[in-house]
Design a protein around this ligand. Structure first.
Ligand code: AMX
Length: 435
């Protein structure tokens, strides 16, 4: 059967042709009106990006190339003896729009394992970071340093033809994804353990190897959790901070490493990926204050206290979604099946019953339902991965699959440098006062 790159090579001219047609037929049509409120409001609702891998419907949630999360859990290949989808398969799906065979997925696992080693200077760089430097900063710094070996940057310098850019972006993307477990694992071992980093096994899948390097591969349920986790955090269409940053920086033909490093810096913000760390911190604080079997009334009081002190309830709300995040639901199903008695999971479930009502009563939040981050940390806690500051690193490993697959397409489709128009407030006033 075909390799991923071979399949992509066949698909690219078809997509290029499709886009040519779409532009010819619909190029001059409007996608909607842009109001002044939208421009002041973080561009919410402005339809301004093309993103092939996934679409986020406010009511249905995320679809990866038309597949919902329950579809992916049913249809993407699982590991031998496992149930959850292998993220390798999701990467194939995101890139091609096609569901791979188990054989094709196994080939990706083997390729990622084979490309997994990192240069010794990057190891040294990570080892020299003080333990007090946030794991996300170490992550971003190490990814930037990997740029040393970027084939895209080298090809650009040597004057390669535009039509070949995607091939170098592809090689960098594959290398970068392959090296993330070694980087993420080293950071974890340095900051929280004795700094000894186990080696990757060439005949194992990506999630197993990441679990191994972190020190949790003996627990089969943890490995399964990681497969699910890496699948569901991968992509959330193009406008979220991490994805859009990747696209924007890449549009300057910055190579995949430095583009992804920028993406990670965006993911490290507390309103975005860092929310998973904030959620656990907030729940543990709640437990310290009101105990681990609080009444609903006491929990309600704690939620109100957070809101009244001018803080957000982490893990709730979303810029686009208007329902419980299907990524939350998938994790809840996992917990109900494998850790129903876990005391922190019980608190998470209790919050699920209480927080939406409080947020509705509070009346500000457009979406009172939980997002992906309301659940992920508690699952990791259950398996002993209790270091909250580390959680966003795992989110980042997963996000690489989504944003790098799109970056390959960006280069294949020859997308231009991004450059939206901006105005100062004074010009907005003049524009309309003079009418
Ligand atoms: N708790 C309290 N207030 C909230 C809230 C929450 N969970 N979610 C939204 N609000 C408030 C906003 O702060 C805003 O208040 P303001 O008018 O005083 O500025 C108001 O409700 C309206 O906001 P919105 O339109 O509902 O949301 P948004 O699109 O501006 O922001 C998000 C979306 C996710 C940043 C916001 O819901 C939030 O801060 N949630 C908590 C942090 C979080 O869980 N982030 C993770 C999101 C998922 C991800 O990216 N990983």
């Amino acid at each position: 059967s075909k390799s991923l790159k071979e399949r992509l090579e066949e698909l690219i001219p078809l997509k290029q042709e499709e886009i040519k047609q779409v532009k010819k037929e619909h190029g001059a049509k409007s996608l909607g009106n842009v109001t002044v409120d939208m421009v002041y409001g973080g561009m919410r609702g402005i339809k301004g990006l093309i993103w092939e891998g996934s679409v986020l419907d406010p009511e249905e949630g995320i679809e990866f190339r038309g597949l919902t999360i329950p579809d992916c859990r049913k249809r993407l290949p699982a590991a031998d003896g496992g149930e959850e989808p292998l993220p390798e398969g999701l990467f194939w799906l995101l890139l091609t729009g096609e569901i791979p065979t188990k054989e094709q997925v196994d080939a990706i696992s083997a390729e990622w394992a084979a490309r997994s080693s990192i240069p010794s200077f990057v190891e040294d760089l990570i080892d020299r970071c003080p333990n007090t430097l946030h794991p996300m900063s170490q992550f971003s710094l190490a990814v930037t340093a990997l740029q040393h070996d970027s084939s895209f940057a080298k090809a650009y310098q040597s004057g390669v033809n535009k039509s070949e850019y995607w091939q170098y972006a592809y090689e960098d993307a594959m290398d970068l994804i392959s090296k993330l477990p070694a980087i993420a694992g080293r950071i974890y071992r340095n900051v929280y353990k004795d700094g000894k980093v186990p080696s990757i096994e060439m005949d194992k899948d990506y999630s197993y190897n990441l679990a191994k390097i972190l020190g949790y591969s003996e627990d089969k349920d943890f490995v399964e959790l990681l497969r699910l986790y890496l699948t569901i955090h991968s992509d959330h269409e193009g406008g979220n901070v991490s994805a859009h940053t990747m696209r924007l920086v890449g549009s300057a033909l910055s190579d995949p490493y430095i583009s992804f490093s920028a993406c990670l810096n965006g993911l490290a913000g507390p309103l975005h990926g860092l929310a998973n760390q904030e959620v656990v911190r907030w729940i543990l604080k709640m437990r310290d204050e009101i105990g681990d079997a609080p009444s609903d009334e006491t929990v309600k009081g704690y939620v109100w206290k957070t809101l009244k002190s001018g803080k957000v309830v982490p893990g709730y709300g979303h810029a686009v979604l208007r329902r419980t995040d299907p990524r939350y639901e998938a994790q809840r199903e996992f917990a109900l099946k494998r850790l129903p008695q876990d005391p922190l999971f019980k608190l998470v479930s209790q919050l699920y019953n209480i927080v939406p009502g409080v947020l509705l009563e509070h009346g500000k939040t457009r979406n009172p339902w939980p997002n992906v981050d309301a659940h992920s940390g508690v699952l990791l806690q259950h398996f002993g991965l209790v270091e909250q500051n580390y959680y966003t690193v795992l989110f980042g490993v997963s996000r690489a699959l989504g944003v790098l697959s799109q970056l390959i397409w960006d280069r294949a489709l020859g997308f231009p440098i991004e450059r939206p128009k901006s105005y100062p407030t004074e010009m907005i006033r003049k524009m309309f006062n003079e009418q």
